[in-house]
Design a binder for this molecule. Structure first.
Ligand code: SAM
Length: 466
């Protein structure tokens, strides 16, 4: 029987969301153990999905407003629990020497549980943690030995380092500093309290990333020594979507952490939570994936603005200082959805153009710019000239960015097609980079093709060829 377009569309959507249930012993043991520890039954089952790999499937219709999972406190792994358990086993327990952050304590716990020769009951949980986090850039860039800086020792690491967007590269560098500090501090503290410190750097990187990609925020204030983050079995199998709408709370009466969905799911659909309103560079650096169609995407032009202002004959340092004074330095962006450049980019361009093109010099430019910031309107002809000059800067810059990002797209897409082999970048990581660079490329192409007089609008040029 021939079906109509609507039926075909529905079928396509069903294919996209349908997953295959995972019924292995690791998952069923974990689920049954959690129930025995007091976790109420859920309408969720572990499954594999074509787009998101392992995640949670609705086993029955879930209505908006229903609780997805309730995790009893005894199943939450918190820093306090780790401290108590470690000091109870230590040879020379010293509470005052226990100076580990929550992330440090949890990473140590994952490391020690996974390495223990005599597994505890928690092994049912730790063995469901993925064996690697290879799609997180830090995993490729943290090297085989402890170091406080990113490594490019292998061809794969070199490739990742040269293909990471700037925001993700900055984040990876910050993570590497924290990772190394956490390793150093954890080893020192555990040696002092008489417990076995971590010795295997790669295993520690894995444990650290397990915490970074899986821990939940308990939504409590940090003061008073209360735990603010935790590992939460079962709940941490839920993937992220920017379409998800959730609420979390701690049900003190029942001693359970609760996650509630504010939108419904049909039986068989993947159920998502939201990890926050993050752009793809953040999602990739922190979690090792990207969200296609992410509404929080923007093209960052920080390096271009920095180089341009720095090269300004009219006192680039004074201009940068004025922007910094007002908290407007950096995060200079364009987006596909917003018809105007971000306020920060407009501010930087107005200041630089006032200094360069009006002959006012840095002092005069800053004074004129301050008036604009206070909302004092320039005369129409000055304003039109400024808008046209901004437009030209954006077009020129975006043409260059579109060329460079186009090459990145081709590289990343080619790397994602290559069969896995030593020295090659991880294929899913290459795929994610391809998505990010394609978004940057499309944004740059659209803004590059706007004509002066389009009112600085990418949406006005939405029909432009990509
Ligand atoms: C809290 S865990 C979620 C469960 C995880 N998929 C698993 O199999 O254990 C977070 C990790 O899931 C993956 N993930 C989450 N949301 C995703 C998505 N929308 N697409 C692809 N991977 C996703 C990423 O690897 C991320 O680091």
């Amino acid at each position: 029987m021939r079906r109509g377009r609507t039926a075909r569309r529905r079928r396509r959507r069903a294919v996209r969301t349908r997953g295959a249930l995972v019924l292995d012993a690791e998952w069923t043991d974990l689920r049954d153990w959690c129930r025995a520890q007091g976790m109420p039954a859920t309408k969720l089952a572990l499954a594999r999905f074509p787009d998101t790999c392992r995640g949670m499937m609705a086993t029955a219709e879930i209505r908006a407003g229903e609780d997805l999972v309730r995790v009893p406190e005894r199943l939450l792994v918190t820093a306090s629990r780790v401290r108590r358990a470690t000091l109870a086993r230590a040879r020379t327990p010293s509470t005052s020497a226990w100076r580990l952050s929550e992330h440090q304590a949890l990473a140590y716990w994952v490391y020690a549980e996974a390495a223990a020769s005599q597994p505890s009951a928690w092994r049912r949980y730790t063995r469901t943690i993925p064996a690697d986090f290879d799609s997180v850039p830090l995993s490729a860039l943290s090297g085989d030995c402890p170091s406080d800086s990113l490594s490019t020792a292998t061809p794969a690491a070199q490739w990742v380092a040269t293909h990471l967007p700037r925001a993700a590269a900055r984040r990876a560098a910050e993570q590497q500093t924290r990772l190394f500090d956490d390793w150093t501090r954890t080893r020192a503290v555990l040696a002092t309290v008489g417990a076995a410190p971590p010795t295997d750097w790669r295993r520690y990187v894995w444990a650290w990333l397990a915490v970074n990609t899986r821990c939940i925020h308990l939504g409590r204030p940090a003061e008073g020594g209360q735990d603010t983050i935790a590992l939460a079995p079962v709940l941490d199998m839920l993937n992220h979507s920017h379409h998800a709408k959730i609420a979390t709370r701690f049900d003190s009466a029942r001693g359970q952490f609760v996650i509630q969905t504010l939108r419904g799911y049909r039986k068989g659909e993947e159920v998502f939570i939201s990890y926050g309103p993050h752009d793809n560079a953040f999602l990739l650096a922190e979690y090792g994936f990207v969200s296609a169609g992410n509404p929080h995407q923007a093209l960052e032009l920080d390096r271009e603005v920095d180089a341009w202002l720095g090269a300004a004959a009219c006192g680039g340092d004074a201009l940068a200082a004025a922007l910094r004074r007002h908290g407007l330095w950096g995060d200079f962006t364009l987006s596909l959805d917003d018809p105007d450049p971000s306020y920060r980019l407009q501010a930087a361009l107005r200041l630089g153009l006032a200094a360069r093109e009006t002959g006012l010099g840095a002092g005069g430019a800053v004074a004129t710019w301050e008036r604009w910031r206070r909302g004092v309107r320039a005369c129409d002809s000055n304003e039109a000239a400024m808008a046209a000059a901004m437009q030209q800067w954006i077009q020129r810059t975006c043409r260059t960015v579109a060329g460079a990002s186009g090459q990145m797209v081709r590289d990343a897409q080619a790397a994602a097609q290559q069969p896995p082999a030593p020295g090659r970048p991880h294929r899913f990581l290459a795929h994610c980079l391809g998505v990010i660079w394609l978004e940057a490329h499309e944004t740059a192409r659209r803004w590059a093709s706007c004509q002066p007089g389009d009112a600085g609008s990418a949406s006005a040029c939405a029909g432009a060829q990509l």
